[in-house]
Design a binder for this molecule. Sequence first.
Ligand code: URA
Length: 306
Amino acid sequence: MTPSPDPKPLHYSAMQLAWLHELGIDKPWLPGDTRAVPAAASAASAPAQSAAPAAVLTAAAASTPSAASTPTAARASATPTTPSRSSTRGAASKPQQAAAPMSAVSIAAMTALTRAAAAAAPDLESLTLAASACQACGLCRQRDQVVMGQGVTQPAILVVGDGPGEQEDRKGLPFMAESGALLDQMLATIGSARTRDVYLTNLVKCRPPGNRLAQREEIAACHSYLVRQLELLRPFSILALGRNVAQTLLNTDEPLQNLRGRVHAFEVAGQKIPLVASYHSAHLLNHPADKAAAWQDLQLLRTLRR
Ligand code: URA
């Protein structure tokens, strides 16, 4: 897929300039951009970012229930050692239960169950109800709330993260902690927000305990909910956050470095949705040097705007 030419020149707010400055970007280099970031701009002088969350969606887009596609494997998270996410979320507040590895047959049976439940949901509210009753994998045992997502229907960008953390589980909303605040700031630099033209969701809708990545069978069980969300929300583009999400959605083992910097396609209900892979904002909290590359990925997304 070829990105279209730069749609319109950017006008930067003080907060955006501060963010760019923090990235070390102080030269005009964006297409059509002739302004340098003033050296005086600093994060300290930027106005506080308003991350006021929108109400959880209740409106539904028109939809045609269809079977969710076969879940893709979450390669990186499939290891029995269950690596933790590089985020700053709090420690698990409940005792952890080790998830026993499941056979391929059990995964297939579980996936068939969620596929039927998700496909039968005519709108987002029904889909949330179905997911709230879901017991297809062990994550249901420790969740406080199912975290379906937040944002607008027909979003310009649908952001996919790994899974809810402690705060998200408590509030029932995605990206509520520090990495969510950074994500909001990053989206603001391209004029986007969860209150305006973005929808945020995750590979899995229930919190993996202990801040670990979701396991292969958990992602497989939840995949139908994500696919149905995409069918109902009809996003214009997808931003896959981090290696785990990118590899899962693109069904590949390729490292994130190879997946970044180009436009992929994610097919839902016969439609190819442009997908850009980038660093997870939780990763950027610990690796600020990668923010410049993340900024480039956002620019690539911006060129896709309708
Ligand atoms: N919060 C989320 O909802 N998802 C993530 O991947 C990280 C934080």
